[in-house]
Design a protein around this ligand. Structure first.
Ligand code: ADE
Ligand code: ZN
Length: 332
């Protein structure tokens, strides 16, 4: 039955709420960018694949930085956006919330507005062609500190991007506590942005509890570190705050290996869980692949269906909240 459910899932419209623009790069694109730069990194597809299991979050963040350093202009970001929308089409992902990081753009020395415009054109074309909706989560980098995060909001205030519906923090969650970003998150309602945050990836229950208390997120990227504290799990279940869980990513960074991953325990405790790829190009995964892993951990057909539903329910935009009706082959 679960095998049938997975076949049905391949055809069903899906939502994905946690993937990063730069991490969606196709390996072949990465090889092309590296060649142009004369960089010995990523000289062929095998070199990209060899780095797809960095083994630690620090190792992954180094990989991410190596990728970002190859980006030279708005056209490169448009290329990433096309890689991403092509993935959405192939995976029948009709609603996506994509992390886009103005801080990364400025760190590689580019002005934000033309990059934003180049990415916007690609997302708009994807929507016009009827492939589904894309919304943006503006991302700041936690270890760069609150001033850099304020800068991201300043950019949104001076050049509003209507496609942006949320704001989050990525990067090294152990570098700075959530409370350091309270003044940043306090600005979100005025900018029409919903709060989300990466927590419980390398961090445990304390980090998730800290993020909940100080930032009041609508969803948490990863969040699985909460599982070690049953009282916190109950609180999460009651709150309805969803966790956007990325199994391949957790395994690749060594933060939560697949064997013993707490995702099913969270789900069975009533926590809203969605599945996502995080950085599908760098980790070599797909959203369907993530559902397969959840099935391999023992999820039932009903549980797979509830995760599918949660992806739409937890959408920040009304554009994503409506799950398209099932056709002939259904998942319960
Ligand atoms: N940026 C992209 N992927 C990330 C992850 N898994 N954790 C923190 N920051 C990220
Ligand atoms: Zn992430």
């Amino acid at each position: 039955a679960v095998a049938d459910a997975l076949r049905a899932l391949a055809l069903r419209p899906k939502a994905e709420l946690h993937l990063h623009l730069e991490g969606a790069v196709r390996p072949a694109t990465l090889v092309g960018l590296a060649r142009r730069a004369g960089s010995p990194l990523f000289h062929d597809l095998a070199a990209v694949r060899a780095r797809s299991r960095p083994g630690s979050l620090a190792g992954f963040l180094t990989l991410y930085r190596d990728v970002c350093r190859l980006l030279r202009g708005p056209d490169d970001f448009a290329l990433l956006a096309r890689d991403l929308t092509a993935r959405l089409r192939r995976g029948r992902i009709v609603y996506a919330e994509v992390y886009v990081s103005p801080a990364v753009v400025e760190r590689v020395g580019l002005p934000w507005p033309p990059v934003r415009d180049a990415v916007e054109r690609v997302f708009a074309a994807h929507e016009r062609a009827g492939h589904g909706r894309v919304r943006v989560l503006l991302d700041a980098v936690r270890h760069l500190g609150p001033d850099a995060a304020h800068r991201v909001l300043d950019l949104q205030a001076s050049h509003p991007w209507p496609r942006a519906v949320g704001f989050g923090l990525g990067g090294d969650e152990l570098a700075l506590p959530a409370r350091d970003f309270v003044s940043v998150y306090r600005r979100l309602p005025g900018l029409g942005l919903a709060p989300v945050v990466h927590a419980g990836e390398t961090g445990g229950p304390d980090s998730v509890a800290e993020a909940l208390r100080w930032l009041r997120p609508r969803r948490i990227a990863h969040g699985v570190g909460a599982a070690a504290d049953p009282a916190l799990v109950r609180r999460l279940a009651r709150s309805g705050v969803a966790l956007d869980v990325c199994l391949t990513s957790n395994a690749a960074t060594g933060t939560h290996p697949l064997g013993g991953h707490p995702v099913l325990r969270l789900l069975r405790s009533g926590v809203a869980v969605t599945l996502a790829t995080d950085d599908p190009g760098l980790f070599g995964t797909t959203l369907l692949g993530e559902y397969r892993l959840l099935a391999r951990l023992g999820a039932t057909e009903r549980e797979l269906a509830s995760v599918l539903r949660a992806g739409f329910r937890a959408a920040l935009s009304p554009a994503g909240r409506h799950q398209p009706p099932a056709s002939a082959t259904t998942l319960s």
